[in-house]
Design a protein around this ligand. Structure first.
Ligand SMILES: NC(=O)c1ccc[n+]([C@@H]2O[C@H](COP(=O)([O-])OP(=O)(O)OC[C@H]3O[C@@H](n4cnc5c(N)ncnc54)[C@H](OP(=O)(O)O)[C@@H]3O)[C@@H](O)[C@H]2O)c1
Length: 264
């Protein structure tokens, strides 16, 4: 699939991988819809796109707010005759032990990372089917494939995305709606700074692993290439991606490593 003149909706476009996807899609001359909570930042990006002569609509909403999501989806469907690509990127990480995190934090992370994406998908899918097909790009994580200390609810939310969208992919083959699961490792964004601690406040520290991780721009280039090549699942990052294969093929070694690892 080529992105030129395609309608691409990106959630979590205000920062990190989402912002890099916005830029990559501008380079591809896509028609853009961008979302996140930070309306001011979204408008700055809109101006940037319009300066380049590109169409860009802004829909700010909170992923934990089903009514806000429903209203935005209705308005998107009213303004756009089609949605070719929906990039479920908005999300929040965690830096709290499972024993210390209150259940409200687990629910918040699941609402943000999982139910938000599911709600948008259910609202938009009928249009994708009616228009003859489309693509759902889901930014999961390598911790959608294994558990990791301090990230119990985050890893659960990414496993949930994997289960939901792998099932949906199988259901939607005849409708020509495809799913690309993206499993990043460590990408240099504010993900660890914005991660939630046990009291619900931001961790506010950039983990060393993320500072030294792959750039968000490189990650976005790889995602765009995978969209073009109709890939179903990709792993993006550095050596940390090997953990997926260690878990799959040498699980004993994986469990030893993950119990001793420095999780920040
Ligand atoms: N960076 C990594 O190493 C890494 C690794 C694996 C997976 N990922 C995944 O990649 C995606 C993007 O993360 P990132 O690394 O780019 O982190 P980031 O810089 O913190 O960006 C997160 C984005 O999600 C949006 N967001 C967060 N909470 C939201 C909420 N409640 N409602 C609406 N939007 C919300 C933020 O926008 P607002 O603040 O404007 O709401 C922001 O645009 C996430 O799904 C993350 O889990 C990242």
């Amino acid at each position: 699939m080529q992105l030129t003149h395609k309608v691409v909706w990106i959630t979590g476009a205000t920062s990190g991988i989402g912002e890099a996807m916005f830029k990559a899609c501008c380079d591809e001359k896509a028609r853009l819809i961008i979302s996140g909570r930070n309306a001011d930042k979204l408008r700055l990006l809109q101006t940037e796109a319009r300066t380049k002569g590109l169409e860009c609509a802004v829909f700010p909403f909170e992923l934990t707010d089903p009514e806000g999501i429903a209203k935005s989806c209705q308005e998107v469907l009213r303004q756009f005759d089609r949605i070719d690509v929906l990039v479920h990127n908005g999300g929040v990480s965690q830096r709290a032990l499972a024993t210390e995190a209150p259940i409200a934090l687990d629910r918040h992370i699941m609402e943000t990372n999982f139910f938000g994406a599911v709600a948008i998908t259910k609202a938009i899918l009928p249009r994708m089917v009616a228009q003859g097909g489309g693509k759902l790009v889901v930014i999961s994580s390598i911790v959608g494939k294994f558990g990791f200390p301090l990230r119990s609810a985050y890893a659960a939310s990414k496993h949930a995305l994997q289960g939901f969208f792998d099932s949906l992919r199988a259901e939607m083959v005849r409708e020509n709606v495809s799913v690309l699961m993206v499993c990043p490792g460590k990408i240099a964004t504010n993900i660890s700074k914005n991660a939630l601690t046990k009291d619900g406040t931001a961790y506010n520290i950039s983990d060393k692993g993320h500072i030294n991780g792959m750039t968000a721009d490189r990650c976005a280039q790889i995602i765009v290439k995978a969209i073009r090549k109709e890939k179903k699942e990709i792993f993006v990052g550095g050596k940390e991606v090997l953990m997926v294969y260690i878990k799959r093929f040498i699980p004993g070694l994986f469990f030893k490593i993950v119990s001793k690892v420095n999780p920040t």
